[in-house]
Each structure stands twice: as structure tokens, then as C-alpha cells.
Design a protein around this ligand. Structure first.
Ligand SMILES: [Zn+2]
Length: 84
């Protein structure tokens, strides 16, 4: 049985864990009260342990994406066309 869901906060984009039977959840990052019925659900999981593992992975993926973007910026900067 899938007791927990992971949703994305519509305001700050943070991932948060909620119980399936909950109607609302307050975002721990920005304090927004999220209607779970309307929220973007990324996963549903069977137990809290599974959920925390998944949450951690999602956050790591997010951080990796950000690192990649940062690298792109640096790459551009270091490859400016030469001025004669
Ligand atoms: Zn938020």
C-alpha cells in the first residue's frame, strides 16, 4: 500500500513528504500551505523509510542539475572569443 506521497512545492520547488490521507501540507522550506490534491506529485511510496531515501535522491539530483548549470556558466566565461 502506498501510504506516503512526495510532492513538489509550487512556490519554491522543494520536495516534501506527505501522508496520503492528508489534505494539506505546509512546505518546510517556504511555509506555503499546499493543497495536496492540486500539488505536483512526483512519487508515492509505501513507508516513511522508502520515502526519505527517495527524497534524498531527488534532492541530490536537483543539486547535481544545479552544479551542471553552474559549470556551463563557467565554461562560457572561460571560452570568450579572443580579442585581437
Ligand atoms: Zn515551498
Amino acid at each position: 500500500m502506498q501510504n506516503y506521497i512526495i510532492v513538489v512545492c509550487s512556490k519554491c520547488g522543494g520536495y516534501l513528504l506527505a501522508k496520503n490521507e492528508q489534505k494539506t501540507r505546509t512546505c518546510p522550506y517556504c511555509g506555503l500551505k499546499i493543497l495536496l490534491r492540486k500539488a505536483l506529485k512526483v512519487a508515492s511510496v509505501g513507508n516513511a523509510e522508502e520515502a526519505s531515501v527517495l527524497l534524498r535522491r531527488l534532492k541530490e539530483e536537483n543539486a547535481a542539475k544545479k552544479r551542471k548549470l553552474g559549470f556551463k556558466g563557467d565554461f562560457k566565461k572561460s571560452h570568450k572569443p579572443y580579442s585581437k
